[in-house]
Design a protein around this ligand. Structure first.
Ligand SMILES: [Cu+2]
Length: 297
């Protein structure tokens, strides 16, 4: 038996003619060390192409993505490194006409390569459920409770308990203002067809379905202004359904709601000349003509 022969439980060790190599364990260890160095050198896990999450819920999704990606890298190395080793080392050599071992069946090996993938899938399932619970949990005492109304083709944000509504003239994007590091509940309501509330930086989205009470909690983790859009093709002017989310400090949020509230009160006292601020029918302020509606079906 050659010094580099590996024994996989077959009748005789695989022939090891030709050059000596370092063996699969060392190659795998080297590859693992390389990945480890890459990970540690950046001090935090790479995001593998995902955007940096701007919300706690998005952080859970990002963590799941990173875990899946790392698991995929480990599995890939575990498969490809030994495979490449065997392909190279045990390829047919010149002048070697021996028939390799023809023995089949190795119960311990077969049990192992059935059990290990099952364990991997179970672990991934566990972490998926944990992340899903985090993303779908609705806060009991949110700082902001906003009814997000999607319609063909725009958005309206009604701040519950504050007495004002935010929307925008046709062609402009309404802005949802949320406090940072605080839970905000968004009730997702559609007045016509299916839409989808999506802020890419929050790494999550949820559909607005007529007759379905969808509610999500968003806990923004970074100050800034983020783009949002409808992620469900909802008609001809679907592309118009943009909005922005401005994440501000809790103090700024309270100041903003106070200002909005007082200007809404002033406009309602002045005979409702405040325009779109608190209209009941979101489509009445959309200004889109009826003729475009037919094309949207
Ligand atoms: Cu839409």
């Amino acid at each position: 038996m050659g010094p580099t022969a590996i024994r996989l439980g077959y009748g005789r060790p695989m022939a090891a003619p030709g050059r000596r190599t370092h063996g699969p364990t060392r190659s795998a260890a080297g590859a693992a060390a390389l990945v480890g160095t890459l990970i540690l050198s950046s001090c935090e896990l790479p995001r593998f192409g995902a955007p940096d999450a701007a919300s706690d819920e998005g952080g859970a999704v990002l963590g799941l993505w990173q875990g899946f990606f790392l698991a995929a890298i480990v599995v890939t190395l575990f498969v490809w490194v030994p495979l490449a080793f065997v392909l190279l080392k045990y390829r047919r050599q010149k002048g070697d006409d021996r028939v390799p071992s023809q023995r089949a069946y190795n119960i311990p090996l077969e049990v192992a390569y059935t059990a290990i993938p099952v364990l991997i899938v179970a672990a991934l399932f566990f972490f998926s459920v944990r992340a899903e619970e985090k993303v779908t949990a609705v806060a009991a005492e949110p700082v902001a409770q906003v009814e997000v109304i999607g319609f063909q083709w725009g958005w309206q944000f009604r701040y519950r308990g504050e007495g004002f509504t935010v929307d925008a003239p046709p062609g402009e994007k309404p802005q949802l203002v949320l406090p940072v590091d605080a839970a905000s509940n968004l009730e997702l309501v559609s007045t016509d067809v299916n839409h989808s509330f999506w802020v890419p930086d929050f790494l999550s989205k949820r559909d607005l379905i007529p007759g379905v009470d969808n509610e999500i909690t968003v806990t923004p983790s970074r100050l800034g202004t983020y783009e949002g859009r409808c992620a469900e093709f909802c008609g001809l002017d679907h592309w118009r359904m943009g909005f922005t989310v401005r994440v501000v400090s809790l103090d700024d949020y309270r100041a903003w709601t106070a200002e909005r509230r007082s200007s809404a009160e002033a406009s309602s006292e002045g005979g409702g000349s405040g325009g779109t601020e608190a209209s009941d029918d979101p489509t009445s302020s959309s200004g889109f003509s009826d003729s475009t509606e037919e094309g949207g079906r």
